[in-house]
Design a binder for this molecule. Structure first.
Ligand code: SF4
Length: 92
């Protein structure tokens, strides 16, 4: 994706230039324990309504519980996936 600057110069957004991985959170399974957004990976996950996890807004795509993250966030997102007691997180 490109973005036009006020001067009409198009540039490739840095976020779009690298590889990304899909992340989903099953909000029906999430218990709101907070492990992902408080401890394991607050850079990717955030506290949503009623404590249910959601993706940080900049990574959301198609809803608050799904999106894409850049490669440099995959390690921490996978740590959250492994730690989630409800197996509600899927990365990749
Ligand atoms: S670790 Fe799992 S159960 Fe806990 S808030 Fe995150 S998604 Fe929900």
């Amino acid at each position: 994706m490109t973005q036009s600057t006020p001067k009409g110069i198009s540039r490739v957004l840095a976020h779009d230039s690298g590889m990304t991985s899909k992340v989903t959170i099953d909000e029906k399974e999430c218990t709101g324990c907070g492990l992902c957004y408080e401890d394991e990976c607050p850079a990717v996950f955030a506290e949503g309504k009623d404590g249910i996890s959601m993706l940080q807004p900049k990574f959301q795509k198609g809803g608050v519980h799904m999106g894409e993250i850049p490669d440099d966030q995959v390690k921490c997102a996978k740590q959250a996936e492994d730690a989630c007691p409800a197996t509600a997180i899927k990365v990749g």
